[in-house]
Design a protein around this ligand. Structure first.
Ligand code: SAH
Length: 379
């Protein structure tokens, strides 16, 4: 592991009152320009400068008149989060600690693989959901991220990787960092639009994945608005256990969640729901649990992603043994499911699932090293 203070991409902080244009998708930008008495095509020009050319300085946007550039500088800004810390894991995983307005910080993790690079972004500072196996829960909820902060994470990583010149690129974005994205729909939706639209980052919708613990009404709204990939943090195949592990299940139990997921899959042809299932020793990892899971998923187009539990100080669970994970996985495979075991990445820098803590703190060394499986996160 190496650590170094990262260079700042933006030197601002003096942006108060000026709109951060990173948060505006094409519709939003058109509205912004209409308010300035400008034509809608300005939105397209701005998007191309930001997302295709990586230019954030209005003065360098040469197809805008000088007058417009000056008005833009007075009313708007294009500001990325700043990194205050930068780490590289022995396995190539990168983690940046980004500072946000209001003294908050979030972690951003990039996981390189042979043919893709997955960026794990946060949607909130902290989380309100209190899942019993997740370290973010211990931190509580601070605030929602803005669309500009969500998009800013992606641009930050794109630029930082380009500057390193090692050929690593962001090909996939997963909302699996801190927070529950479906409890921040208003900001997440324009961010998703900017990630996937032609004049934005132009990522395939298949390669952008929202991971949710199952906020059913928001999931149904998401299906109306996008066709991005969906991952659902299931972790248990019956309500009694899921109530304990993922307490939002008490509000949206499996009999509501499963039909909403089935409908989502039906709206996005040829695509499967990814079911995340954290492997907790003696809690949800028996043969009977595997059979219950197979029954629950039934004929929903599915991919099951078994996640070795990543421990953290104060955790009340242990990870299932490697053998148990194999048996669990084989049982589901024999029942006809595609199953992957997520390879734990970046655990030497606390970049693994459930270890994203949004503030600098004295980190105790992990005694545990998760079992190595076959595959890593991402759609
Ligand atoms: N709130 C969203 C996204 C954040 S969590 C959700 O619940 O899906 C991203 C994934 O990491 C989820 O599947 C979550 O259950 C899993 N996770 C959280 N803590 C973990 C831990 N300690 N070990 C392994 N996986 C964990």
């Amino acid at each position: 592991m190496t650590s170094s203070p990262a260079k700042s991409v933006s030197d601002s902080g003096a942006g108060a009152g000026r709109t951060n244009l990173l948060g505006l998708d094409r519709d939003g930008l058109q509205g912004f320009f209409a308010g300035m008495g400008e034509k809608p095509f300005r939105a397209k020009q701005l998007l191309q400068w930001i997302y295709q050319r990586g230019v954030y300085d209005f003065d360098a946007m040469t197809d805008l008149s000088r007058g417009l550039r000056e008005r833009l500088s007075a009313q708007a800004r294009i500001e990325l989060p700043r990194a205050i810390f930068d780490q590289r894991s022995v396995d190539g995983t990168r983690k940046w600690l980004l500072s946000l307005d209001g003294g908050n910080a979030i972690e951003l993790v990039f996981i390189p693989e042979a043919r893709r690079g997955t960026l794990c972004v946060s949607s909130q500072v902290g989380c309100a959901l209190d899942c019993s196996f997740c370290s973010t829960a211990q931190q509580g909820f601070a605030r929602n991220l803005t669309a500009a902060e969500i998009v800013g994470q992606v641009l930050y990583a794109v630029d930082a990787l380009a500057a390193e010149g090692e050929g690593r690129r962001v090909t996939n974005v997963v909302f699996m960092g801190m927070g529950e994205p479906l409890l921040n729909m208003e900001q997440v939706l324009p961010a998703v639009a900017l990630l996937t639209e032609d004049y934005g980052l132009c990522l395939s919708r298949r390669r952008v994945t929202i991971s949710t613990s199952g906020i059913v009404p928001a999931l149904r709204r998401l299906a109306d608005r996008t066709q991005i990939s969906l991952a659902v943090s299931l972790h248990a195949a019956n309500n009694a256990l899921r109530d304990e592990l993922v307490p939002i299940n008490r509000k949206y139990p499996l009999e509501q969640l499963m039909p909403a997921c089935r409908d989502y899959a039906a709206r996005t042809p040829h695509r499967r729901i990814t079911w995340e299932y954290v492997m907790l020793d003696g809690v949800n990892d028996s043969d009977a649990d595997a059979d219950d899971l197979a029954r629950l998923l039934g004929d929903i187009p599915s991919k099951i992603n078994l996640i070795p539990f990543n421990p953290f100080p104060g955790a009340r669970y242990r990870c299932s043994s490697k053998r148990r994970i194999e048996l669990f996985s084989e049982r589901l495979y024999r029942a006809g499911f595609t199953v992957t075991v997520r390879r734990t990445r970046g655990d030497d820098i606390d970049g693994a699932c459930g270890q994203l803590v949004g503030r600098v703190q004295d980190r105790t060394r992990r005694q545990f090293r998760a079992e190595r499986g076959e595959e890593v996160t991402g759609a």
